[in-house]
Design a binder for this molecule. Structure first.
Ligand code: ZN
Length: 142
C-alpha cells in the first residue's frame, strides 16, 4: 500500500506517539473491540459531563499503524465535542470509509486527511474504523 509521504508521516507520528492512549485496567476484557482480520484490539473510555460534552476519551490496546493512528486522531477530534456532534462526526467518518461519501471531505478534518486513501483498501478500512464503530455505538447507547 502506498501513501503520499506526508500522509505516511502523519500516520506514523500518531502510531509512534498515540494521543490519549493510556492503560485502562478497570475496563473489563469483555469490552475489548477486535478486528480479527488484522489482529487489532482496542478498549475505550469516554467521559461525558452533565452538559453532554465529551471531556475525555482514552484508549488502550494493540493495533497496526492504521488502527492506532485512526484511534489516536479520533480522540483528538472528539474531545470537547458534544455527544450529538460526536455522533454525527463518527457517523460521517464511517460513511466516508464505506465509500458512500467523498474521501476528500476528510481534507477538512486535520490529521484525518491522511486516512483518505484507506477507502481504496477494504482490508484496511476495518482497521481504520474499529474504534470509530465502537465509539459511535457507545454514544448511541448511553
Ligand atoms: Zn489493522
Amino acid at each position: 500500500m502506498e501513501f503520499d509521504d506526508l500522509y505516511q508521516e502523519i500516520i506514523l507520528d500518531h502510531y509512534r506517539s498515540p494521543r490519549n492512549k493510556r492503560p485502562l485496567p478497570h475496563i473489563p476484557d469483555e469490552q475489548v473491540h477486535e478486528n480479527p482480520a488484522c489482529g487489532d484490539n482496542v478498549k475505550l473510555e469516554i467521559k461525558i459531563n452533565a452538559d453532554n460534552f465529551i471531556t475525555d476519551i482514552s484508549f488502550d490496546g494493540s493495533g497496526c499503524a492504521i488502527n492506532t493512528a485512526s484511534t489516536s486522531m479520533m480522540t483528538e477530534l472528539l474531545i470537547g465535542k458534544s455527544r450529538s456532534e460526536a455522533l454525527e462526526l463518527t457517523g460521517q467518518f464511517l460513511t466516508i470509509l464505506r465509500g458512500e461519501m467523498s474521501p476528500e471531505l476528510l481534507d477538512a478534518w486535520g490529521d484525518l486527511t491522511s486516512l483518505k486513501h484507506v477507502v481504496s483498501f477494504p482490508v484496511r478500512v476495518k482497521c481504520a474504523t474499529l474504534a470509530w464503530n465502537a465509539v459511535h455505538q457507545l454514544l448511541s447507547q448511553n
